[in-house]
Design a binder for this molecule. Structure first.
Ligand code: E4P
Length: 231
């Protein structure tokens, strides 16, 4: 499963990249507005980080002109020209999916976002979208089962050998991430705070402390001296 960071904060993206475990980034108008910087400048700043990473790396930029499919197509074309690694995010409405179909015919990669049903995921696939983003946490928030939706979309896509990638979004916990991997989501996009938590296990920390203290006790008692590995 690929891991994307769900953030527009450049410092979080840099930190994620350093670990070598991050394959891309998703942004949305809310995340960009929280940075307090201009939309285009933020997207460009993130896209430029691609140079320091591998070529597969992608940046999801969401349309903000959503009043009609024509407006989304115009903005989508504009966004796609900003950088070769940009994928255009469009909402799972009739206008958004119509725009996604038009952009796909122009070989522009799209991500149909705000997906909350199998039917929306099927329509996203019909449009030729590269990704569909079902929102797991927001379904859980209203008492539905977001994880179950990912399972159902996986089954429907497998039934018809659909290539559109399932990008599990609105991930709220490390548990969600592992659940997505077990179901077979293609990508999970996660906030940086959850990415950090994925590294954590109390037994790892305890084990490290035990190894360190046992080794220090042993070397203090014996002739063996600590080796200087910096030579
Ligand atoms: C996905 O692309 C969205 O940016 C994101 O996952 C939304 O998550 P939220 O429900 O936590 O806002």
């Amino acid at each position: 499963m690929e891991l994307f960071l769900d953030t527009a904060k450049v410092e979080e993206i840099k930190a994620g990249l350093e670990t070598g475990c991050i394959d891309g980034v998703t942004t949305n108008p809310t995340l960009i507005s929280e940075c307090g910087k201009k939309f285009e400048a933020t997207i460009m700043e993130i896209a430029e980080l691609v140079k320091e990473s591998n070529v597969k790396w992608i940046v999801n930029a969401e349309v903000t002109q959503v009043e009609s499919s024509t407006a989304m197509i115009t903005q989508g074309i504009y966004l796609s020209k900003l950088h070769q690694n940009i994928v255009v995010k469009l909402p799972a409405t009739i206008e958004g999916i119509t725009a996604a179909s038009c952009l796909a015919r122009k070989n522009i990669r799209t991500n149909v976002t705000l997906c909350f049903s199998v039917n929306q995921a099927l329509l996203a696939a019909k449009s030729g979208a590269s990704y569909v983003s079902p929102f797991v946490g927001r379904l859980d928030d209203i008492g539905e089962n977001g994880t179950e939706l990912i399972k159902q979309i996986r089954i429907a896509y497998n039934n018809y050998k659909i290539n559109t990638k399932i990008l599990a979004a609105s991930i709220r916990s490390p548990f969600h991430v592992s659940a997505m991997a077990l179901i077979g989501a293609d990508v999970a996009t996660i906030p940086f705070s959850i990415f950090e938590k994925m590294f954590k296990h109390p037994l790892t920390d305890n084990g490290m402390m035990r190894f360190k203290s046992d080794w220090e006790t042993f070397t203090a008692r014996s002739e063996i001296k600590q080796v200087n590995f910096t030579r």
